[in-house]
Structure formats: structure tokens, C-alpha cells
Design a binder for this molecule. Structure first.
Ligand SMILES: [Zn+2]
Length: 257
């Protein structure tokens, strides 16, 4: 399997934004942008997939799952499919799951479609200067998500990539880590999929409103039991329940890493 080409994906999004004069992404209706590229977007009841792309000659049809309430999630799904349209000429059909929308490390085409979507919705020009904060937090990320009309998850991932701070984003469900992300360029330790979240993690103590808690201190061994004790660093953690979905998003700041 080939490696994902993230630079190519970012360049494809940049080209498209440049073509329309590089407006702030909050001003862009993604359906209109897709139409500008000969792609029609429709909503349809779909069980197993989040978005699909079908190509017919120079025209494309994107179907997105109907009933997605979050605007940011819809915008990301359409942008992801538009990424396949712009970059992956070799296939005529893409069927993408919710999990594919979170793939930043495995399937090259899915990683590229996500990298494209992240750059399109949160372009470096506008997003990078906003990541220069003294202290990263979910509150900062939440404000950016509102400004860029994106999901908290996609924004956290983009923030972890663009900031100089060493951050790991963790997605857990019922006390078990389902997925985690850190910027591949920063060479950070990973949080193991399937591991139980630390006993006193705020991800296990979220209240029903899913409120953002304060940053709390943890030891390296709590989240990274696979590491030896010799390279110790501190961890500040903050978690948030994901609204109607049974997931918790945690931000780990590896202080002194
Ligand atoms: Zn896809």
C-alpha cells in the first residue's frame, strides 16, 4: 500500500480556495463550492455510510447521510467527498463510513480526503495564526469550531497539527479508547486503541451536560503505560462529552515533552 500524500491533498484544497479568491471558510457554502466543481450534493437515508461519491464523466454526485444535525459534520463529509473528486481520478465510486472520516493514518485515500477537507474548511492562512496560544484548551478549540463552522473533533485534530504544543486528541466510548490522534510530524507517543481510560480521567467523570472541565494533571504512566519511566513528562487533560453522541473527546497536553 502506498503512503498517503498529505502535501498533495493540502495543495489541492489550497488551489480550489485560491480559485475562488481565498475567502474565510465561514463564508463558503460547501454545497455551492461542490456545484462549482460539477458535483451535486444530495441528502439520502443511508445506513452504513456517512458519504458517497459517484462519478459519471465530468459530473459527480455526492450523497450524504440524511438527518445529520451538526452543520460541521455535514460540511466535513461533503468536503471529504469533494477531496476524493479532486484527487482520486482512478476510482468511479467511493463509499465512506463515519470511521473513514476519522482516518488520519491508515487508508491512503481516506487520509488524503480528510487532509483535503481539513485544509479546505480550516486553511492554514486563517487557522494557523489562531493556534498561537499560550495555553491550549478545549475552550480555545470550541471557539475555533464555532468560527470555522466545523466539528469539535475535526477542529481539535487540526489544532493539534497546527499548534507548536505537543497535543494528543483521544476519542473514547464507555471508558475505552476508540481512537487517538497526534501530529505525525511531532513524533509523540501514542495512546493505545482499546485501552481503558485512566481511573481518575475526567473522560470517565463527565457530567450529563458534557461540560468542559478544567485541565487536570496526570502522570505519563496513566495514559502511556507502554513508556519506560526514564522519559517522564507531565500531562494536562481536559474532556468533553460529544452532545447527542455517546463519545468523549479528551485533549492531552504533554507538558515538558
Ligand atoms: Zn472517503
Amino acid at each position: 500500500m502506498r503512503d498517503p500524500n498529505r502535501v498533495r491533498a493540502q495543495a489541492a484544497a489550497f488551489r480550489l480556495l485560491n480559485e475562488i479568491g481565498m475567502p474565510h471558510p465561514k463564508l463558503i457554502e460547501i454545497e455551492d463550492l461542490a456545484m462549482h466543481r460539477n458535483v451535486l450534493v444530495v441528502e439520502e437515508a443511508m445506513k452504513s455510510s456517512e458519504g458517497r461519491l459517484i462519478k459519471k464523466g465530468s459530473n459527480g454526485l455526492v450523497r450524504i447521510k440524511s438527518g445529520i444535525r451538526q452543520e460541521g459534520r455535514k460540511r466535513f463529509t461533503i468536503s471529504h467527498e469533494l477531496g476524493h473528486w479532486e484527487m482520486h481520478k482512478e476510482s468511479t465510486q467511493f463509499i465512506c463510513s463515519r470511521r473513514d472520516m476519522l482516518d488520519y493514518a491508515h487508508s491512503p485515500m481516506e487520509v488524503e480526503a480528510n487532509t483535503f477537507a481539513a485544509e479546505l474548511l480550516m486553511p492554514s492562512t486563517y487557522f494557523r495564526p489562531r493556534c498561537k496560544v499560550y495555553e491550549p484548551s478545549l475552550a480555545v478549540i470550541s471557539d475555533l469550531a464555532n468560527e470555522f463552522r466545523t466539528t469539535l473533533t475535526a477542529t481539535a485534530i487540526r489544532f493539534a497539527t497546527e499548534t507548536r504544543h505537543p497535543l494528543v486528541v483521544v476519542f473514547s466510548e464507555e471508558g475505552v479508547v476508540r481512537w487517538s490522534y497526534s501530529d505525525p510530524k511531532k513524533d509523540l507517543p501514542y495512546v493505545r486503541t482499546g485501552m481503558a481510560i485512566p481511573r481518575y480521567s475526567s473522560a470517565g467523570l463527565i457530567n450529563e451536560e458534557g461540560e468542559v472541565n478544567q485541565m487536570e494533571e496526570f502522570d505519563q504512566a496513566d495514559w502511556f503505560p507502554q513508556l519506560s519511566n526514564s522519559d517522564r513528562f507531565g500531562i494536562l487533560e481536559q474532556s468533553k462529552g460529544m452532545g447527542a453522541y455517546p463519545f468523549i473527546l479528551s485533549l492531552l497536553w504533554l507538558t515538558g515533552y
